[in-house]
Write a protein that binds this ligand. Sequence first.
Ligand SMILES: Cc1cc2nc3c(=O)[nH]c(=O)nc-3n(C[C@H](O)[C@H](O)[C@H](O)COP(=O)(O)O)c2cc1C
Length: 153
Amino acid sequence: MIQLKLLIWFMAPVGMMAAISFILYRSETDIRPGSEMARVLMDKARRWNERFDLTGFLHHEDGFFFQWLEGQPDNLAAIMERIERDPRHRNLTYLARGTQAERQFSRWRMGYSTRSEASVLRWLADHPVVIRERKEYAAGMLAFLRERESLLN
Ligand SMILES: Cc1cc2nc3c(=O)[nH]c(=O)nc-3n(C[C@H](O)[C@H](O)[C@H](O)COP(=O)(O)O)c2cc1C
């Protein structure tokens, strides 16, 4: 009995920790990086993310968006439903999704970078990222986004 109580005591904090869900996707777009349309999109996204307590990072390069988005599962699912339907991009492909104990981008309602700051293609070529599977591609992409965010003020 004492052992059981101890086990419950030890496990409680793990169970009580709210899991943060995350997604990483790639999509295709005609919006030009750094354009007024991109700015409008990001402004609105950040306002909604504030309201839904979501954080993340979006890299925009050569007709592609790469976005990491994280937060409480219900909030993330609600926003992803809208993002999936958004006509400003197409062919949305999930590269990774799951849960994590902590946020990767807690400083950013939605950080944004373009090729003029850094090229993800060059970054992947310059780093020893072995890409045999989608999860390795996703891990490389997350590392790139984390590096971009660490350089943003
Ligand atoms: C590439 C891309 C990324 C987006 N990221 C977000 C985001 O992080 N958060 C968000 O609320 N909306 C984001 N949006 C916008 C949503 O699709 C949607 O327009 C927004 O949630 C407002 O909903 P509404 O257009 O129905 O008013 C994104 C759209 C695109 C095309």
